[in-house]
Design a protein around this ligand. Sequence first.
Ligand code: ZN
Length: 85
Amino acid sequence: MIIWGLRSRNKALGQRQLNCPNCHRDAMTTAFQTRRWFTLFFIPVFPIGAKKTIARCGLCGYQYQVDNTQAESLFGAAAQPAPLP
Ligand SMILES: [Zn+2]
């Protein structure tokens, strides 16, 4: 018997203060990348479909999709402040 299925995996990108398009306040916004995976015996084998970046407002909880390249520049390693020596 083969057990297969689909599952979404999320990867946190980071947090940043952004103006929310829903509540129009400056809120700490969390971004994560999500992608669906084909699973075999509950183990993710290969990804299905495109990678999506979702941002979530920390104040109202509103979630919206962000362009992947835009998300990289907003939440990627380059956007994080450099750690103190
Ligand atoms: Zn909001």
